[in-house]
Design a protein around this ligand. Sequence first.
Ligand code: ADP
Ligand code: MN
Ligand code: MN
Ligand code: MN
Length: 336
Amino acid sequence: MAVKAEYLWIDGTQPTAKLRSKTKILAAGEEPGIWGFDGSSTNQAPGDKSDCVLRPVFTCPDPIRGGDNIIVLCEVELIDGSAHPTNTRAPLREVADKYADQESIFGIEQEYTFFKDGRPLGFPVGGGYPAPQGGYYCGVGADEVFGREIVEEHMDAVLAAGLHLSGINAEVMPGQWEFQIGPVAAPLVADELWVARWLLYRIAEKHGVSATLDPKPVKGDWNGAGAHTNFSTKAMREGYDAIIAGAEALGKKRQEHVDGYGAGIDERLTGLHETAPWTEYSYGVSDRGASVRIPWQVEKDGKGYIEDRRPNANVDPYVVTRLLIDTICGAAAGEK
Ligand code: ADP
Ligand code: MN
Ligand code: MN
Ligand code: MN
C-alpha cells in the first residue's frame, strides 16, 4: 500500500515564520527522501531561483491519517546543500553539539488561543467581553471552558504520534489552553513542538476553529500567551549552585534573549498578567512575576531546573533552546 508522507517545514514569513506542509506518496517500504518546494511562495526565494530543498530530520506516525502514514519534519536547504538562511535548526544543532557534554534538557509550555468568527472561543457572539478572568484557569463547565473536544483530540493525536507530551491545561483567558512537550534534549524538543503545533492547527481546522500563537490575542486586562521554557543541565539536576549560576548567566544576556523570544514580546511582557517587564531581568523562587522562576520544589530539593517565563507563544523553539544552551552552558564552561 502506498504511504502518505506529510512533509512539514518552517517558512520565511517575517516577523513570525509559519508552518507549511504538502503530501508525498511513497511506495510501501520507501524511505522519505529529500524533496523540494517553490520557495518564491513561502518568502524563501526569488521567483527566478525558486527551488528550495526539504531534508527530512524527524519522522513520526501520522495520527490524523492513521495506518502507515507518516509526518516528516524537514530542514530547509539551498540547492548547494547548505542551510537556508531561514533555517534556525541548523545553528541550534551546532550549539547543542558543542555543549552536548552538559546534557541539557527542556520542557516547553505552549500556550495558544482558539478563534472562531474573528473572536476567541467563549467570547460573546454579539461582541463585547465575557466575565473577567478568574474562573477559567483549569476550569470545568460550559460557562468556563471552550474547545475542550479539540484539546482532547489533539492530546490523543500527540500521544499517538509518540511525542513527549507531559500535560495540558485550560488557561486564564476563555478559549486559551496549554500543552507541554518535554523534558527532552534539543533539537528533539523543538522538532516535537513544531509537529505538535501542526497537529493542533490541523485538528482545529477540522472543527472550523483556528488556533493562534498570538502573544497578546486580546488587548487590555487579559493574559497574553507564552511559551515558558524549562531548562536544566546535568549539573543543575544535581546541585543548587548550578541553578543560581544559570539564572545569573541569563541576566547578562537580557536583550539578546528578549530579541529572540518572539515578535510582539513588549506587548506581552508588560509587568502585569503574571509577567516581568521585558526591559528588566529578575529571578526568584516561586515568583510568577519574575523573568525566571525557580520552582519551590527545586529550592527545597536543592536541585532541578529553572523556568524562563519570557518566551512568547509565537517563539521559534529552535531559537529559544539555542539561546538557553549558548548562554547557560557557555557560562558554565567559563566562556561567557
Ligand atoms: P507550570 O507550573 O509552570 O505551569 P508545567 O507543569 O506546565 O509548569 O510545565 C513544567 C515543565 O517543566 C514540563 O514541560 C516538564 O516536562 C518540564 N520539566 C520538568 N523537569 C525538568 C527538568 N529537570 N529540566 C527541564 N524541564 C523540566
Ligand atoms: Mn504550565
Ligand atoms: Mn500556562
Ligand atoms: Mn509555567
